[in-house]
Design a protein around this ligand. Structure first.
Ligand code: GYE
Length: 328
């Protein structure tokens, strides 16, 4: 009898196992991650490449639901967008802040809602660093200094190291990290070179139209003959400035040295054509970088607080050889 019971139990166990084995394996439904991206706007080619990078990375196929907001270069629109993201209870908030200051209140709201905030591209200055999780982007001060180094060696090479050099600084949106860093770079350069003079310094808001109009006014007030260098804090403003320089009867790249930032494809074309002398790279392809940050966090890992992207300097000497290797 005892033996019978043992056999019966054994049969039952095998049957249970068998039945269990026949069950469809439980497929764990992959969670879709909702990401709200408060983008600066559509002011430049760099920005369009950045938007494209996010849209092609944060796809349904890649496990994401992307809520994309173009803030039209207005901080108030970004704050509104962030509040909307909080209301929708997104999993992550990504912000490319228009300017560095004024974020405490809205970031505290995100923190209270326990939604991690990732900064991409430009930085924020906040009293409490725990208000955002991390930042990834370009080193704008280094970019500015790289532009200055390039100018120093270019002038030396042309035998102009001791000449009086008049510089126009076309600034980006005032208060934006990219403006702050690049402006500091050229101001340091002017302070370090006794023969360099900053003859005009004005914002063109990172747009082509802004660059064209501001340069047109500066050419009138300073005089085209009194300008040796245009330090344009982004590509689109440089292209606008080039139009104004041509309209004033001067040859950009020859009569006036043009230094630009971003180094998107069109600036390579213009370096090859001789209109732009130097383009300092600023890499806009942050979509995959933010994706990697989120995947790391989802897997329980940690990331660095500040992550700089490596960038290069291009000029009329290497532009032709490098243009076909460029992704934006
Ligand atoms: O240089 C400019 C854009 O923040 C690095 O913003 C970015 C800057 C970029 O409008 O073209």
């Amino acid at each position: 009898m005892k033996k019978f019971i043992v056999v019966a139990i054994a049969i039952m166990m095998v049957a249970t196992l068998f039945a269990g084995g026949k069950k469809e394996p439980a497929v764990e439904a992959k969670k879709t991650i909702t990401v709200g991206y408060a983008q600066v706007g559509a002011e430049s080619d760099w920005r369009l490449a950045n938007t494209e990078s996010f849209k092609t990375t944060f796809t349904e196929a890649n496990g994401y639901d992307l809520i994309f907001v173009d803030a039209q270069q207005k901080q108030e629109n970004q704050i509104k967008a962030i509040r909307n993201f909080i209301q929708q209870d997104v999993d992550y908030i990504v912000v490319a802040p228009v300017v560095e200051t004024g974020w405490e209140t809205v970031l505290t709201e995100a923190k209270n809602a326990k939604i991690p905030v990732i900064l991409s591209d430009r930085q924020m200055q906040v009293s409490d660093d725990s208000l955002y999780l991390c930042w990834v982007g370009g080193n704008f001060l280094k970019e500015g200094r790289d532009g200055v180094k390039w100018l120093e060696s270019y002038l030396a090479e042309k035998g102009r190291a001791d000449e009086q050099i008049n510089i126009v600084d076309l600034q980006g949106t005032i208060g934006a990290s990219a403006q702050i860093g690049r402006t500091q770079g050229i101001e340091e350069g002017v302070a370090a070179n006794a023969n360099w003079n900053l003859v005009a310094q004005q914002s063109g808001d990172f747009t082509q139209d802004g660059g064209q109009k501001v340069m047109e006014a500066i050419l009138k007030s300073v005089g085209a003959d009194n300008i040796d260098v245009v330090f344009a804090e982004n590509d689109n403003m440089a292209w606008g400035a080039i139009d104004s320089i041509k309209a004033a009867g001067k040859v950009p790249g020859k009569d006036i040295i043009i230094i630009t930032f971003d180094a998107v494809h069109e600036s390579f074309n213009r370096m090859i054509a001789g209109e732009i002398n130097c383009a300092v790279e600023c890499n806009p392809l942050h979509g995959p970088r933010v994706d990697e940050i989120i995947k790391t966090l989802e897997a329980g890992g940690t990331v660095d607080k500040i992550m700089y992207v490596t960038e290069e300097v291009f000029d009329e000497k290497n532009a032709a050889a490098r243009i076909n290797t460029r992704a934006y």
